[in-house]
Design a protein around this ligand. Structure first.
Ligand SMILES: Cc1cc2nc3c(=O)[nH]c(=O)nc-3n(C[C@H](O)[C@H](O)[C@H](O)COP(=O)(O)OP(=O)(O)OC[C@H]3O[C@@H](n4cnc5c(N)ncnc54)[C@H](O)[C@@H]3O)c2cc1C
Length: 430
């Protein structure tokens, strides 16, 4: 019997170091710098690079990577405990070399890239010398890749890509884009698409506009048009028609790491809620002493702990099976649970801060918008719930007649057949 909810002393010492480093060095960056992915921002580099160097010295850089890619091969449980601290800050993942979508794109390159591509893109990506973009969603729909129309056609020794992609995060800062393209329109639905690496400076890659999420921000989610973009054959990642399998390489890890970081963000909102409850007085007493406020605190604590345990158990299952597909249901479940716990806790925290809570001087409205980000990016919540339900139902069978197998009369009949001796012959009992 081995159930253990404790962190061993050595790992806890590392987590304590990360905690202190994040509080004192990294979290302040969120309030003075722009986009963590903007490598052309001199101030960003001036402040972030030395912190990255300290993380490397501490041997905590790129902890999600296996030893073959220069990482320490941390298991997912250890990563979960680390990421829930990093998630508190926009800059946390970048300072520790584990920011999405670069992590997932690196996994794709490591699996499917040629030696030359690994040299040109993978190593600089792992070193945060460049950043990358993943282009899957199209303007007519993202939740269903079967509606994608961006087309790749063979031409000489390569392919020519035409079409539009939507909400491609960080394209404006990226050195290369990984793009999902229809290469075989007549094939069965899951064999129609292939994945390509497209250097961002390839002629024909046109950013139509950069869409923002918060009003007034400099947008970073690109609406991109590919106009006769030529790439050589070796830029196809995986085989022709393999795009879904290639995409899976990145999505499993990406989703659980998002969930781990979300715990950090939700706890930020929760901490603020608790501080407010203890600080504010109204109607002759502290908010903390009003029962409806206590309910908000209790509900939030319970929901965060439930979510955290589900994330940690899923991390543990990934470590155990070493195969994301075997843990698909659990990953989909945390992806579906994540936006709700984030939204509900941030909304309660906002409410307890009153007018200050809705103001631009506090972070709650951004957190609530961010909760919708969690419920959309990497697929909407509904789609993940469908996955959970389908996987769950695989373990069940239909009843073999019109009444349920656990219908009360049937169960009584079965019980009497088993223990009938005590009650006398069945005929006498009915
Ligand atoms: C902040 C952010 C960053 C993103 N970054 C990227 C990126 O880098 N690269 C990229 O390719 N994409 C990115 N996306 C896009 C994201 O993957 C899509 O938003 C998502 O897949 C949904 O696609 P859609 O927006 O076209 O919505 P649609 O596909 O139009 O779906 C709209 C809504 O319909 C409902 N719905 C959809 N399908 C079902 C169903 N089967 N059953 C019930 N209801 C359903 C859901 O409520 C869904 O939200 C990002 C999105 C956000 C918000």
């Amino acid at each position: 019997m081995a159930w253990d909810f404790e962190t061993d002393a050595d790992d806890q010492a590392e987590l304590d170091w990360i905690e202190a480093f994040m509080r004192t060095e990294v979290e302040p960056l969120d309030h003075i710098l722009g986009n963590p992915y903007d490598l052309k921002d001199a101030r960003r580099n001036q402040l972030v690079r030395p912190l990255q160097a300290r993380v490397r010295e501490r041997k905590l850089w790129g902890c999600h990577l296996g030893p073959d890619l220069g990482g320490l091969g941390y298991g997912q449980v250890k990563l979960a405990l680390m990421n829930e601290i990093l998630g508190r800050s926009r800059f946390g993942p970048t300072v520790f070399g584990c920011q999405a979508p670069d992590t997932g794109n690196a996994e794709i390159l490591a699996h499917y890239g040629t030696a030359a591509q690994k040299q040109s893109y993978l190593q600089p990506l792992l070193d945060n010398e460049i950043v990358s973009c993943f282009c899957m969603t199209e303007p007519q729909g993202g939740a269903d890749p079967k509606v994608f129309t961006t087309r790749g056609e063979p031409s000489g020794d390569g392919w020519v890509i035409n079409g539009e992609k939507w909400f491609s995060s960080n394209a404006r800062y990226a050195s290369f884009l990984i793009v999902m393209v229809v290469t075989d329109p007549e094939a069965e639905p899951y064999r129609r698409l292939s994945m390509f690496i497209v250097p961002a400076d390839t002629p024909g890659v046109e950013i139509i506009r950069n869409v923002g999420i918060h009003s007034g921000e400099e947008g970073s989610h690109a609406y991109i048009r590919y106009n006769n973009v030529s790439v050589p054959n070796e830029n196809m990642l995986g085989g022709r028609g393999d795009a879904f399998a290639v995409a899976q390489t990145r999505l499993g890890g990406g989703r659980i790491h998002h969930a781990m970081r979300t715990i950090g963000q939700v706890r930020n909102a929760f901490d603020m809620m608790c501080e407010r409850a203890l600080s504010r007085e109204t109607q002759g007493g502290r908010l903390a002493d009003k029962q409806m406020v206590q309910e908000k605190i209790a509900d939030s604590w319970i929901e965060i702990e439930q979510f955290r345990l589900l994330v940690l158990r899923t991390a543990w299952l990934i470590d155990k099976h070493k195969d994301y597909m075997k843990v698909r249901k659990d990953i989909a479940a945390i992806k579906a649970a994540m936006p709700k716990v984030f939204h509900d806790v941030a909304a309660r925290a906002l409410q307890l801060h009153g007018s200050l809570g809705v103001s631009s001087e506090m972070s709650f409205t951004s957190q609530i918008i961010e909760s919708f980000h969690m419920g959309l990016a990497d697929g909407p919540t509904e789609v993940h719930k469908i996955t959970v339900a389908r996987q769950v139902l695989r373990d069940y069978q239909a009843s073999n007649d019109i009444f349920p197998s656990r219908h009360g009369l049937k169960l009584t009949q079965q019980a009497r057949e088993k223990y009938g001796d005590v009650f006398g012959p069945i005929d006498d009992q009915i």
